[in-house]
Design a protein around this ligand. Structure first.
Ligand code: GTP
Length: 334
């Protein structure tokens, strides 16, 4: 069984982190998001993952030099230009010669979904495409479906205006497709699977969906990316948990690490305090600095105080200053 994983987006909302690291290569629980996804797919019988690459393909190839990830074979399909979600799925599937039922995953979603249950549901219903759904309080920024008890989808609306959504069940970003879906996607141009292809399959009565209340998070925004990391630390994932300080991180004995992750290759110096934060490889938190509810790849000066900040790899915060809710470097100035 093959799976296409969409990993070629720009990750605009996670700037400045994604200036240097593509979103699916950012760690959650000390493992790149893509590796978390591969570990979800493997137990369902996925033995080859096709990476639908575009923006910054090199970090993926460098991270998995032998062409495998968590024991699963990788196939790299690099788009000549961004083709949007549908175009990317078609390009990648054709590049890898997919000609059987396959799985598709958005490269920024983390879930405890049992992918074999989604496959079994797909086969039982005879669907052409099956979506995983998850309930949310406000569905207006997602793809929302109208679905009956058998899982038959009668409507798919991408980002409905507030108050007009047909349900609170949203497209959770994991799909099972028959290869016939590929023929519905025009080649060589941008196609949104959500806006163009799903409504077509609905019109033919062949789109089904399975809702679960499994753990689910879309890591695409800084607050949710930080949350995904803390959830793993807090044991909120079904069978995954991580340590706070990864072996290979340098943390001075007098530093205080509270409810935070510190990655291998990061340094936290004497008397620094880190609370509710994610300290990524390459980050340096100098002596006496305080980092609260933040994500850090860059350099935090002595006795600086940070709250709710995102500091990219080239970001520096001068010693002694206090900063709140800032993105450094500022993506709007890029
Ligand atoms: P934002 O720029 O912050 O919206 O993030 P994004 O670029 O990742 O876009 P979005 O979250 O809507 O994309 C959903 C998934 O599709 C992500 O895993 C992206 O990597 C992927 N994706 C989006 N557009 C493309 C594309 O043109 N090509 C490929 N290969 N993947 C894409």
């Amino acid at each position: 069984m093959r799976a296409v994983v969409l990993v070629g987006g720009f990750g605009t909302r996670l700037r400045p982190l994604t200036f240097t690291t593509p979103k699916p290569m950012l760690p959650v629980g000390h493992r790149p998001i893509i590796e978390n996804l591969v570990r979800m797919l493997a137990p369902a019988g996925v033995d080859e993952v096709v990476l639908a690459l575009g923006f910054k393909p090199e970090p993926f190839m460098a991270a998995f030099p032998d062409g495998t990830c968590a024991g699963v074979r990788l196939h790299y399909a690099v788009e000549p230009e961004p083709l949007d979600t549908g175009g990317a799925i078609r390009f990648a599937a054709e590049h890898a010669g997919v000609d059987d039922t396959f799985v598709v995953v958005n490269g920024d979603v983390l879930t405890d979904l049992d992918v074999s249950a989604l496959l079994a549901f797909h086969r039982r219903s005879g669907a052409e495409a099956t979506l995983h759904l998850t309930p949310v309080d406000d569905p207006s920024s997602f793809g929302v479906v109208d679905v009956d008890e058998s899982g038959h989808v009668s409507r798919f609306v991408e980002k409905p205006a507030p108050g007009t959504a047909p349900s609170n069940l949203i497209n959770a970003g994991t799909y099972v497709f028959e290869p016939s879906v590929l023929a519905r996607i025009p080649s060589g141009r941008k196609v949104s699977i959500e806006r163009e292809t799903f409504p077509q399959i609905v019109a033919d009565g062949r789109l089904y969906a399975m809702a679960t209340d499994d753990y689910w998070v879309d890591t695409g925004r800084p607050s949710l990316y930080r949350q995904a990391n803390l959830d793993m630390l807090d044991g909120r994932r079904r069978s995954l948990v991580c340590v706070a300080v990864e072996p290979g991180a340098s943390v001075d004995g007098s530093a205080r690490i509270e409810h935070s992750l510190v990655a291998k290759g990061a340094r936290v110096e004497a008397d620094a305090k880190v609370v509710g934060s994610v300290i990524l490889p390459g980050a340096v938190v100098h002596r006496g600095a305080e980092v609260v509810d933040s994500i850090v790849m860059g350099d935090i000066g002595e006795r600086a105080v940070l709250r709710g900040c995102v500091i990219g790899a080239s970001g520096t915060v001068a010693g002694g200053v206090s900063v709140s809710d800032a993105l450094v470097p500022d993506p709007s100035a890029a």
